[in-house]
Design a protein around this ligand. Structure first.
Ligand SMILES: *Cc1c(COP(=O)(O)O)cnc(C)c1O
Length: 394
């Protein structure tokens, strides 16, 4: 293994470990503990004073199971460091509080929970500006003081619109700001924002990283310097991931590259079938050449992801009826699990927006968002076709 070529993503995450297990287990044991005992007070003082290696208390992030997970998370995003959190919103809130206090400029559509949080941060006096689209001039004008934060998601929910990470990073850095990207939809396998110039990447690990709709967790991947600014917020807001959940997430990550590549393939197959369907008006998927973001996505992504949206003929009633007639796609919010999910953004994630706000963002009442899972793609396509046939009587 002296070859200088770097190992691939799957190899690295499968062989991610910090210690060689004394019992011969290929994977590290779960350290299910809150605290750690010392032989002598002087040893404890060494650790507290930073002279000695050792753990003190799990909430501080001081836990071998969590630290090994963080090493793997950092590698996945080509980052110097990572922090694991109890949820995606925990990761987002700690990061915005640590790095966004001089002001936050949001670009494009954001996750509903993040939008709510931004309103709460405004209540604390943090200036927040929202730009609906990527507009270089407006962005530059909004970055009025040093150390501000530019925040975005790409692909965005639910229109799968694509932002140019490299360009946003250039504008942010020219004005002394940092760029933070929520990479939940893309996954580290399909998109590496840090390599494209971003300063920090966030994930709801409840989605693809966990991948089985059974754990709630979050992650931040960034430089050592930024990590050290966010860590005290995680510690004192009490947002640490539980060691049991960290062990489950570490297990999920070993199949992340494999799962994501299959999500990509399945979503493309579903997108192409829906594009050919007479009752589907629009298919929003960056993997389709006719989609607005396709050229940019082809440059900055390694795969187009497992999320897509379809616009059904008619409006709210027809789309709801299609969703209700699906048998394999489960009617549920969330995304990124092995099972396929369907949701109607105007009734779920974007329910709180006014009709005008939804129109501005291209979220029509007939839009259905699909999280394409790992079932056989043919079965998923047949499921959509039978639901459409029932609703439209064909
Ligand atoms: C789900 C989600 C979040 C929030 O994550 P939780 O784990 O539910 O706290 C943040 N951003 C995006 C894009 C998401 O999809």
């Amino acid at each position: 293994m002296k070859d200088s070529s770097p190992l691939g993503d799957a190899t690295r995450i499968i062989h991610n470990r910090r210690h060689v297990d004394a019992q011969g287990s290929p994977y590290s044991p779960l350290y299910n503990t809150t605290t750690y005992r010392f032989d002598r007070t002087s040893d404890l003082l060494d650790v507290i004073g930073g002279q000695g290696e050792g753990n003190l208390y799990t909430r501080w992030g001081s836990n071998p199971t969590i630290q090994e997970l963080e090493q793997g998370l950092a590698q996945l995003e080509s980052a110097e460091a990572a922090l694991a959190f109890g949820s995606g919103m925990a990761a987002i809130s700690a990061t915005l509080l640590a790095l966004g206090r001089q002001g936050i400029v949001c670009v494009g559509d954001l996750y509903g929970g993040t939008q709510e949080l931004l309103k709460q941060l405004q209540m604390l006096g943090i200036p927040v500006t929202v730009l609906l689209k990527e507009q270089q001039v407006e962005l530059a004008q909004a970055l009025t003081t040093p150390d501000m934060l530019v925040y975005c998601e790409t692909p965005a929910n639910p229109t799968l619109s694509i932002l140019d990470i490299r360009e946003l990073a250039t504008v942010a850095h020219a004005h002394g700001a940092r760029l933070v990207v929520d990479n939940t939809f893309a996954t580290p396998i399909n998109q590496q924002p840090l390599v494209l110039g971003a300063d920090a990447v966030l994930h709801s690990a409840s989605k693809y990283l966990g991948g089985h709709s059974d754990i709630t967790a979050g992650a931040l991947m960034t430089s050592d310097a930024c990590m050290r600014m966010v860590a005290p917020w995680r510690k004192n807001l009490g947002q640490i991931i539980a060691p049991e959940v960290a062990a489950l997430l570490a297990r999920s990550l070993r199949t992340l590259p494999l799962r994501v590549r299959q999500h990509n393939d399945n979503a493309l197959a579903v997108a192409q079938a829906m594009k050919a369907h007479p009752r589907i008006r629009r298919v929003l998927y960056p993997g389709l050449p006719e989609c607005a973001g396709h050229a940019l996505a082809s440059r900055q992504m390694n795969g187009f992801g497992g999320m897509l949206s379809i616009e059904v003929d008619g409006g709210f009633e027809e789309a709801a009826a299609v969703a209700d007639n699906l048998q394999l796609f489960l009617l549920a919010t969330s995304l990124g699990g092995v099972e396929s999910l369907v949701s109607q953004p105007c009734a779920t994630s974007h329910f709180a927006l006014s009709v005008e706000e939804r129109q501005q963002r291209g979220i029509s009442d007939g839009l259905l968002r699909l999280s394409v899972g790992l079932e056989n793609a043919d079965d998923l396509i047949r499921d959509l076709e039978q639901a459409l046939a029932r609703v439209f009587g064909e």
